[in-house]
Write a protein that binds this ligand. Structure first.
Ligand code: KIV
Ligand code: ZN
Length: 547
């Protein structure tokens, strides 16, 4: 039992693997590195950085995270760096590939999995139970020959025969597994059942006390957090989670919900985590901005309304004593409730101090960029709130590499005119390009004009616009999703599930002008699409997966 103590629940974050598997949540390497750095600051114990066999791009991202983020210890309660894990099916080729990707991290892990439910054995793997035991044990043995830290997951454990699970897990522990993860792959179980299953396995698998017991739940019935916590009550000491609960289908257990439940209900769980919960909002915002997956306003812990009190009776109670209607302080998740007003007359130092209070640790250039943008915003908007600051940071700093840069747009529209847009962009060669187009509305006209310049055909599949704060001078935040539209079907296959899906690219932008916010979002999505195309071209020439 390497790091675990009885009173600590290890946090295994799989945002960059299971989270990124959610269709549409495509992240580029730079974004993955930035998220991994934030996970490290957050205090995550194990970071599952990807599925290295899935594609050369995935391999490269895991390798760079292992090398660049693997050694970091800044701000971590434990003083130890994160363990960097790579996922592998139960085959030598996958396991070797995962090991090659993670080995540069001072602390690394191979996570291998094989389905154990009869339905998966019969229809997906087409093997019988004996073959399953043999394949699982052989895979773990091979993984242990490369690395001391090996996790095994019996995929679809939630629908597997518990007695058969005991047989499989007995053999994989003998083969050297150090963590046993019990996944409810399809989110089928209920808290009582799942908690019982974990307790049953811990009681019946020989040498159960020599491994860390982990759980990995999906949210198909909205029970992922409840199932995870029931398992914790039954002895699980590692939980597999994602930021904002993103993941396959309805998602995975959300990190913030489990961490805050354990922290807020200490009297019930009597456990701790190594997480610095004040970094939660920043992680949530970063993941939402990079994946283009908006957080629903009523989402527990990180939703925009999670700490808002609307009803008069609640507000009255809050004014008397905050604990009347508040079980967690907003500050504990990094939402600073201080009402220090920033505006046009605030100096650079005031903005700088506020950014630091909000947990942004920016370098000199980033700070200059952020403060300049905030001061420009203060010319248009009377009061700069924390939400404005977060939107500006997401727009200004959490952006993909700018192959194309938006300089200016000009739009004319109205109920008796044809919407017309003129756009100026700086291209990859540093030159300025201008064009104009007509559209069905102002946003369409801008997108048409940008298309004429960039020449990459796209299809817009999602468009959402929200106000960051109340008031007529509020900033708008636009999130969009595009797909390549080159007449081909651009399908990608998820090697875990075998499902094919269309790659899409998200973009986000913020401005007090909704048309500018929309244009920024489109250029950001286009830059992602172009970078992904370049990455595919580059890697297919440079790296080849054997086997
Ligand atoms: O849901 C699942 O079963 C998984 C495994 C690979 C752990 O993601
Ligand atoms: Zn999963």
């Amino acid at each position: 039992m390497s790091d675990s103590t009885q009173d600590t629940v290890l946090i295994f974050d799989t945002t960059l693997r299971d989270g990124e598997q959610s269709p549409g949540a495509t992240l580029n390497v730079e974004e993955k590195l930035e998220i991994a750095r934030q996970l490290s600051r957050l205090g995550v114990d194990i970071c599952e950085a990807g599925f290295p066999i899935a594609s050369p791009g995935d391999f490269e991202a895991v390798r760079r995270i292992a090398e660049e983020v693997g050694p970091l210890t800044d701000g971590r309660k434990t003083g130890q760096p994160m363990v960097i894990a790579g996922l592998a099916r139960a085959s030598e080729v996958d396991i070797q590939r995962a090991y090659d990707a993670v080995k540069a991290a001072p602390r690394h892990r191979i996570h291998t999995f094989l389905a154990t439910s009869d339905i998966h054995l019969q229809y997906k793997l087409k093997i019988d139970r004996e073959e399953c035991i043999e394949q699982a044990a052989t895979a773990v043995r091979f993984a242990r020959s490369l690395c001391d830290d090996v996790e095994f997951s019996p995929e679809d454990a939630g629908r597997s025969d518990p007695q058969f699970l005991v047989q499989v897990l007995t053999e994989v522990i003998k083969a050297g597994a150090t963590t046993i993860n019990v996944p409810d792959t399809v989110g089928y179980t209920t808290p009582d059942e799942f908690g019982w299953l974990v307790g049953y396995l811990r009681e019946n698998v020989p040498d159960a006390d020599k491994v860390v017991w982990s759980v990995h739940c999906h949210n198909d019935l909205g029970l992922a957090t409840a199932n995870t916590l029931a398992a914790v009550k039954n002895g699980a000491r590692q939980v597999e989670v994602t930021i904002n609960g993103i993941g396959e289908r309805a998602g995975n257990t959300s990190l913030e919900e489990v961490v805050m439940a354990v922290q807020t209900r200490k009297n019930f769980f009597d456990l701790a985590t190594n997480i610095d919960s004040t970094q939660i909002m920043r992680a949530s915002q970063m993941v939402s901005a990079y994946t283009g997956m908006a957080v629903q306003p009523n989402k527990a812990i990180v939703g925009a309304n999670a700490f808002a009190h609307e009803a008069g009776i609640h507000q009255h109670g809050m004014l008397q004593h905050h604990q009347t209607y508040e079980i967690m302080r907003p500050e504990s998740v990094g939402l600073n409730a201080s009402r220090l007003v920033l505006g046009k007359h605030s100096g650079k130092h005031a903005f700088d101090a506020r950014l630091r209070e909000l947990g942004y640790d920016l370098d000199k250039d980033e700070l200059r960029q952020a403060v300049n943008r905030l001061k420009r915003l203060a010319d248009k908007k009377k009061v700069i709130t924390d939400a404005d600051i977060r939107a500006v940071i997401a727009d200004e700093l959490y952006q993909p590499h700018e192959t194309w840069k938006l300089n200016h747009i000009q739009v004319s529209c109205g109920d008796h005119s044809i919407p017309t847009a003129t756009v100026s962009l700086t291209g990859p060669d540093g030159l300025e390009y201008r064009d104009a187009a007509l559209g069905t509305g102002p946003v369409d006209a801008i997108y048409q004009a940008i298309n004429r310049i960039v020449g990459v055909p796209t299809k817009l599949t999602e468009f959402s616009l929200t106000a960051v704060t109340e008031g007529l001078d509020a900033q708008a935040e636009t999130t969009i999703r595009i797909e390549q539209d080159n007449g081909e079907v651009n399908m990608v296959v998820n090697p875990q599930t075998g499902n094919a899906f269309v790659r899409s690219y998200s973009g986000h932008g913020a401005s007090t002008d909704i048309v500018v916010a929309s244009a920024r979002a489109y250029v950001s999505a286009l830059n992602k699409l172009i970078a992904a195309q370049e990455e595919v071209g580059h890697h297919s020439a440079a790296v080849e997966i054997s086997g």
